[in-house]
Design a protein around this ligand. Structure first.
Ligand code: GDP
Length: 197
């Protein structure tokens, strides 16, 4: 799928104030610094799209972008940032929980994982919560250019093994590098397939 046009729509801390849920929607989330902004910019072919909504004070928001007037891409605030206070973390949890549970046009959540790290509890727990709530998700490995291809394959295999300890059926997984502009098409193809079904 080609992305022709990607536009910033709005930032919100309340799922009820998000755009009318009339188009299919896909959310992106992960630990802070995982490469989410870079991935969103790569997927949309816009260098600074994700930054638009990430000025100071706006980072803990649900950020909506509209793609080719046919689907919403949502940049969710990251988790696992050490410097966040308990109050901020609680706010984040409620905002994300409500968005993920009640946003009726949300088709799939893409959970981003840095391919260099072995499976982290914070990611596994987040995915376990999604699974328990029946919220569909897929995994996008980021920063693949930081490893040799063989190492990437090993990391993905190790991740699958780890998830296999808990999950009967593994989610779809994609390997990407925003730096090298790689892995874009399979993610967009998945979204296109969802959009058509
Ligand atoms: P976010 O906090 O999850 O939105 O992460 P960013 O997209 O801002 O990226 C965090 C850091 O990782 C930045 O220094 C990026 O340049 C770097 N980064 C992101 N994606 C890649 C990638 O695919 N390859 C490499 N080598 N670095 C990346």
């Amino acid at each position: 799928m080609k992305v022709q046009e990607a536009k910033y729509v709005m930032s919100n801390s309340d799922y009820e104030k998000c755009p009318e849920p009339t188009l299919p929607e896909y959310a992106f989330i992960g630990r802070s610094n995982v490469g989410k902004s870079s991935l969103i910019n790569m997927l949309t072919g816009k260098k600074a799209l994700a930054k638009t909504s990430q000025q100071p004070g706006k980072t803990q928001m649900i950020n909506h972008f509209i793609i080719d007037d046919t689907w919403y891409l949502v940049d969710l605030p990251g988790y696992g940032y050490a410097k966040v206070s308990k109050v901020e973390r609680d706010k984040w949890e409620k905002m994300i929980h409500d968005y993920l549970h009640y946003r009726e046009n949300l088709i799939c959540t893409f959970v981003l994982v840095d391919v260099r790290h072995s499976a982290m509890a914070v990611d596994l727990e987040f995915m376990a919560a999604l699974g328990e709530a029946g919220i569909p998700f897929e995994i996008i490995f980021t920063k693949a250019d930081k490893l040799k291809p063989g190492q990437v394959a090993n990391q993905v295999e190790a991740y699958k093994r780890k998830m296999g300890e808990i999950w009967e059926e593994l989610p779809e997984m994609y390997v990407t590098s925003a730096e090298k502009n790689e892995g874009r098409e399979p993610v967009l193809a998945a979204i296109e397939t969802y959009n058509q079904s």
